[in-house]
Design a protein around this ligand. Structure first.
Ligand SMILES: O=C(O)CCC(=O)C(=O)O
Ligand SMILES: [Fe+2]
Length: 340
């Protein structure tokens, strides 16, 4: 199986104080760097049944790169079942979970693990996770999915079906917001070949949450990310030089603009927009008493697809800022923190 990492879940069960490798550098510690509540602005919450919601989606993607959606059409019982089977998986005994251990060194990114990106300065984050591809069928390896609890597969397939529809709708709003045809972005990112990568994050209770992070500051390498949180507050968004809490909104889904959307829209796009969609820098905090969980689905281009500025958006005063490249090359650089 290669190098064995103790899961954070195991550590949490046995600890009094935070081990030093989890203490983040001071400029990252949430106690010192979170914008104090009260006057903090909230990321937009958008009702997808409201007329004009498409323009709000586009504006939120420019100003925040993150927003929450309600009336998104994913039935509550479908979300609840996704959460139930995820919680049940992480309640299994350690030996059972480790049968699914991922091995990033071998390029196997599906499975159970405790670290994906290379740690900077050997620092760790307070998080265990599971990854598996959930669509399209040709890219799914059911052998990598949890076989327990019963109902795991059905729950994830049902949820994914709705996320595919939701992602299509959001990409439609974002395309129209740039003066493109509604289907332009979905098409540019691979159409029906787009990959839906399900992740489950587990953030166990932590003895000193003020010193550590659940996930370190990052942007998602996806096109966009659709995330179900549990009720434990923890996601934070970086905007205008400050870290703000993204408040828990019951029944909302949290949408992140990822690197691929940013790369497809030239930054100085004066022809179609007043600004560009921005991949959102975000991180998570953890709780002393409660287990936080989240279920992001990363919507990604197929690995062989070349992603670069959308040809209709590159002209005159809007030169391409990003070089076009295959998504798998982008992934490799990002995971290994190599220069882009
Ligand atoms: O748990 C969250 O709310 C965010 C997780 C996250 O950013 C990620 O897994 O990429
Ligand atoms: Fe993320």
């Amino acid at each position: 199986m290669g190098e064995v990492h103790r899961s954070v879940q195991e550590l949490a069960a046995s600890l009094g104080a935070l081990p030093p490798e989890f203490v983040r550098p001071e400029h990252e510690q949430p106690a010192a760097t979170t914008f104090p509540g009260g006057a903090a602005p909230d990321a937009p919450v958008i009702d997808l049944l409201e007329p004009g919601c498409g323009a709000r989606v586009a504006a939120a993607a420019r100003e925040w790169g993150l927003f929450q959606v309600v009336n998104h059409g994913v039935p509550s019982p479908v979300v609840a079942e996704l959460q139930r089977v995820g919680r049940a998986f992480f309640s299994l005994p350690r030996e059972e979970k480790e049968r699914y251990a991922m091995d990033p060194a071998s390029g196997r990114i599906e499975g159970y693990g405790t670290r994906l990106q290379r740690d900077l300065e050997g620092k760790k984050t307070w998080n265990d996770f599971f990854f598996h591809v959930v669509a399209p069928p040709a890219k799914v390896d059911h052998g990598a999915w949890p076989r327990s609890p019963a109902g795991y597969r059905e729950a994830n397939e049902a949820y994914c079906h709705h996320v595919q529809r939701l992602a299509r709708g959001l990409l439609g709003h974002l395309s129209l917001g740039l003066g493109l045809e509604e289907g332009a972005m979905a098409e540019a990112f691979g159409g029906g070949a787009q990959v839906f990568l399900q992740k489950i994050n587990l953030y166990p209770p932590c003895p000193q949450p003020e010193l550590t992070l659940g996930v370190a500051p990052h942007t998602d390498m996806s096109t966009l990310t659709v995330l179900v949180p549990n009720e434990v507050q923890g996601l934070q968004v970086f905007k205008d030089g400050h870290w703000y809490d993204a408040n828990y909104v019951p029944d909302a889904l949290i949408i992140h603009i990822g690197d691929q959307i940013e790369a497809s829209v030239p930054m100085q796009n004066t022809i179609f927009s007043n600004g560009a969609y921005k991949a959102v820098l975000h991180r998570t905090t953890v709780s002393k008493e409660k287990t936080r969980m989240s279920w992001p689905v990363f919507v990604e281009p197929p690995v062989e697809l070349v992603v670069g500025p959308h040809p209709q958006l590159v002209a005159g005063e809007s030169p391409a800022k990003y070089k076009a490249r295959k998504y798998k090359e982008y992934q490799h650089c990002k995971i290994n923190k190599l220069p882009m």
